[in-house]
Design a protein around this ligand. Structure first.
Ligand code: GDP
Length: 296
């Protein structure tokens, strides 16, 4: 499970700290050294780690101890609050337009989990009594269109496709028009990825953005790719302006660096996390719950 290594290390550090009655500055400094190492090993961005440790130290040293907490509990509370803040503080939701359809554009590299996530998102929206329509605009990855059609059939959700001969921009634009004619209230565009970021991809996505006017542009990134996921998020955000990130494959043994770095580095909140391959395996991202899970 994600964060396993980090959770083990932090919990061991704080267990040691709890064993002491009073905390000296040196005790706190020792613990923070271990926290720093654990975060770096979890592949958290170097600067994020540095700022994080500085903040916790600043708040921990010369602490006015609350009578209800031991000094160690107090430090743990601070770490918990700062981890939560690092991941965005509170849950970030998607914007539902007051004038339907809400248009959601999924972007990302090939293999990140875009098509799978489009299906999961549709499933989640159906459960919230919404009527989504999926648009198959990934014309480059063989089988992506078919994959989306299979997902749509399973969910009983219409899938708009023009095959792989039309441009993704045309498909997206016509798909949104089709959704309006069918009275669907949410549109999810599964855009084409590439193996790597290039200008062609970015230009195409910028064109789709211009034509389809999405309310939400969500980047789908694979948590297993660690700091690469963070730099992918930076680049996409710079070119397109992201409204949020969906971090996939958190059910795997990702170290967690992406989850802890993306918001701090890019300013974009993580809105959902993928926890498996099934349609139900998409969850809203709760920074506070994630922090509590790490600290045990
Ligand atoms: P795309 O190229 O971005 O459209 O990627 P796909 O949607 O085809 O996903 C690539 C692979 O990742 C597929 O085998 C998916 O089943 C798998 N996948 C996607 N999301 C998750 C997730 O949250 N957890 C796990 N374990 N696998 C996932």
């Amino acid at each position: 499970m994600v964060f396993e290594g980090l959770a083990d290390k932090l919990q061991a550090t704080f267990k040691k700290l709890r064993g002491r009655g009073k905390l000296s500055e040196a005790d706190v400094a020792d613990a923070m050294r271990e926290v720093r190492l654990a975060l770096l090993e979890a592949d958290v961005n170097f600067k994020v780690v540095k700022d994080f440790v500085a903040k916790v130290k600043e708040r921990s040293v010369g602490l006015e101890v609350m009578s209800s907490l031991t000094p160690a509990q107090h430090v743990i509370k601070i770490v918990n609050e700062e981890l939560t803040a690092l991941m965005g503080g509170t849950q970030s939701r998607i914007t539902i337009s007051s004038r339907p359809p809400t248009v959601i554009m999924l972007v990302g590299l090939q293999g990140a989990g875009k098509t799978t996530t489009a299906g999961k998102l549709a499933h989640m929206l159906i459960k919230q009594n919404k009527r989504p329509l999926l648009i198959a605009a990934d014309i480059y990855r063989p089988a992506a269109i078919k994959q989306l059609q299979v997902v749509g059939e399973r969910l009983g959700t219409p899938v708009f496709s023009l095959g792989d001969k039309e441009s993704p921009v045309t498909i997206a634009k016509k798909g949104v028009e089709h959704a309006i004619s069918l009275g669907r209230d949410v549109v999810i565009i599964d855009t084409a990825g590439r193996l790597h970021i290039n200008d062609e991809l970015m230009d195409e996505l910028a064109n789709i953005k211009q034509q389809a006017k999405p309310h939400e542009i969500l980047l789908v990134v694979d948590a297993m790719t660690g700091q690469d996921a963070v730099s992918v998020a930076e680049t996409f955000n710079g070119r397109l302006g992201l409204d949020g990130v969906i971090l996939t494959k958190l059910d795997g043994d990702a170290r967690g660096g992406a989850a802890l770095s993306i918001k701090a580095v890019t300013g974009c909140p993580i809105k959902f996390v993928g926890m498996g391959e099934k349609a139900e395996a998409l969850e809203p991202f709760h920074p506070d719950r994630m922090a509590s899970r790490i600290l045990g």
